[in-house]
Design a protein around this ligand. Structure first.
Ligand code: CO8
Length: 372
């Protein structure tokens, strides 16, 4: 068995920013148009008007101030409310693989690694661009990696679950090094016309290089343990899938995009995450107050404050549990990895940190790290 480390991470940031001001202005224009169009039904009481969205609500309820997206004009067009993405010919690399390659190159460069040092690519994210061939194989081919690639999906916990797959492969010797790549183009799966969730998500891509500790650069993070948990819940769903054509579904059916019971998710997932992290640490002989930093999933600021307060028995500072969702919004599986990527330089040798994701499924994944 080999000891395993995270040697580096990489980040791709999409080219466009949508501020809450721009988002709310566009939504409110859409709502006014719809209400005008259906004025008679609203007056007759057979239809409810669409209420206005508000910047104050979004910032207070979530902590999100802006989000990055791959394409902005289509999302903000009140007649459209979804990104304008081009169909690419089969001869071109897919959009998800393209941003995956960019994040992977960043991770490779930071560790000083070449494609020949890597044996596999796992593309792990909440929504796949297509069923096959796998985006991971495209990324592998574009980078010139000899070996294997496969896609996997565990919603917001895709990255942490993939880290466990990669750690196990490196530990047992079936691979020397694996790249986990998390392209999240959430803007294509978000119901921008739904006031309850139109502010929640953003696009991004992260990459994580996992390799044998003996080969890892100085300052790499040894993986002390990984732990995964799933418990079925209907509170976060997306029913889009290849059977919808046979089911004669309308492409505009609301359940073919992300939808959730946000309050229930908040109430149910926070205690699960606390219990998961505490028991994982205990199994490694560690207490939460021995942890230098928690890189938590980035869905909601109050959720992270509650989880870290319960873990530490006091209010957590941004130094204890850094926040990136104000800038990126919820980027599904990439959120905790962005937090790690942006906030690990000051961690000292010997310090312990925890990456933890939580989301649809429900799914929770934790990775306990110690800096070398
Ligand atoms: N503007 C103004 N008012 C609003 C708005 C708005 N935009 N939206 C809702 N309101 C109103 C509501 O109508 C309600 O009014 P009333 O009290 O009169 O009924 C009031 O504000 C309060 O609404 P909520 O109870 O819904 O508000 P909350 O305080 O619960 O906040 C949140 C809503 C922010 C959604 C919060 O519940 C939350 O963040 N919960 C956690 C959710 C979470 O973590 N989900 C994880 C999902 S992600 C995941 O796992 C992976 C999915 C894959 C991703 C990819 C695809 C896109």
């Amino acid at each position: 068995m080999h000891r395993v480390a995270i040697s580096s991470t990489g980040l791709y940031i999409p080219p466009h920013v949508i501020t809450n001001e721009e988002l709310v202005a566009s939504f409110n224009c859409f709502a006014a148009q719809e209400n005008k169009e259906h004025a008679a039904a609203i007056a007759a009481g057979t239809r409810q008007p669409i209420p206005q969205s508000s910047i104050e609500f979004i910032e207070k309820a979530s902590g999100i101030k802006q989000r990055y997206v791959m394409e902005k004009s289509g999302i903000l067009d009140p007649q459209r409310m979804r990104p304008r993405l081009q169909v690419r010919p089969d001869s071109e690399i897919s959009l998800m693989a393209e941003i995956g390659v960019a994040a992977a190159r960043d991770a490779l460069a930071r560790a000083g690694r070449q494609p020949e040092d890597i044996d596999g690519v796992i593309c792990a994210c909440a929504n796949m661009q297509r069923a096959y061939p796998a985006m991971a194989v495209e990324i592998q081919t574009a980078l010139g990696i000899q070996g294997f690639g496969f896609d996997m999906n565990v919603a917001c916990s895709s990255a942490t679950f993939a880290i466990e797959m990669a750690v196990n492969a490196v530990k047992t010797g079936s691979a020397r090094a694996i790249l986990v790549v998390d392209p999240e183009i959430t803007s294509s799966h978000l119901a921008w016309k739904d006031r309850d969730c139109h502010f929640i998500f953003g696009d991004v891509c992260t990459a994580i290089l996992i390799e044998r500790l003996e080969n890892a650069p100085a300052g790499a993070f040894e993986v002390l343990g990984t732990r995964l948990l799933t418990t079925f819940s209907n509170n976060i769903r997306n029913n889009a899938g290849y059977m919808w054509r046979s089911e004669d579904r309308n492409p505009d059916d609301r359940d073919l995009l992300f939808y959730q019971e946000g309050r229930k998710v908040f109430k149910e997932v926070c205690p699960m995450a606390v219990e998961h992290i505490t028991s994982h640490l205990a199994a490694l002989g560690l207490a939460p107050d021995a942890v230098r930093r928690f890189w938590l999933h980035q869905a909601n600021l109050a959720m992270n404050q509650l989880i870290s307060r319960r873990l530490l028995g006091r209010d957590a500072t941004p130094d204890d549990a850094p926040v990136i969702l104000n800038e990126f919004a919820n980027t599904a599986s990439a959120g905790s990895i962005i937090a790690f990527h942006r906030h690990h330089d000051d961690i000292q040798a010997g310090d312990v940190g925890v990456i933890c994701s939580f989301g649809a499924g429900y799914s929770i994944g934790s990775v306990v790290l110690r800096r070398t």
